[in-house]
Design a protein around this ligand. Structure first.
Ligand SMILES: [Ca+2]
Ligand SMILES: [Ca+2]
Ligand SMILES: [Ca+2]
Ligand SMILES: [Ca+2]
Length: 149
């Protein structure tokens, strides 16, 4: 009995050590966005073949362009902030746009195709929108929005 307990303890120790010394990820790399970042999504916003980052901060949106090797350029900040950001093609032109939930609704920013965006409208939601998601819910070919309040 005692021997089997020791073996179990040793197996647990080996398992813990395997997690301690063989992590799934390399060490982290930090990038600055803007004030109080809250939500992030990724898409090839500038259509150059690598995935870029869009961050919803409390005061703005940040786009960080991928240099092609998984490192990112300094942020380009624009628009208003929010709690949640989602990227999907909202105007049917083939590039992904941004939906940002926060404040009293959801704001839409349309991609110009090169990673710059134009404000396309603000839509009221219920109180305190906290999360936005989009897909073609009704199957008519365009993407719709849902917001959790
Ligand atoms: Ca890109
Ligand atoms: Ca790039
Ligand atoms: Ca689009
Ligand atoms: Ca639809």
């Amino acid at each position: 009995m005692r021997k089997s307990l020791i073996i179990i303890a040793e197996i647990l120790l080996i398992t813990i050590n395997a997690f301690a010394f063989d992590p799934l990820f390399d060490g982290r790399i930090d990038y600055r966005a803007a004030y109080d970042p809250r939500s992030v999504c990724a898409y090839d916003f500038d259509s150059d073949g690598d995935k870029d980052l869009a961050v919803a901060n409390s005061d703005s949106i940040s786009i960080l362009m991928n240099d092609g090797d998984g490192t990112f350029q300094p942020p380009i900040n624009f628009g208003n902030g929010g709690l949640s950001i989602f990227t999907v093609d909202l105007d049917g032109d083939g590039d992904h746009d941004l939906a940002v939930a926060g404040g009293v609704g959801v704001s839409i920013y349309l991609n110009n195709g090169n990673g710059t965006f134009q404000t396309a409208g603000n839509y009221a939601t219920g109180n305190s929108p906290r999360c936005v998601f989009s897909t073609d819910f009704d199957g008519d070919g365009d993407n719709d929005l849902t917001v959790a309040n």
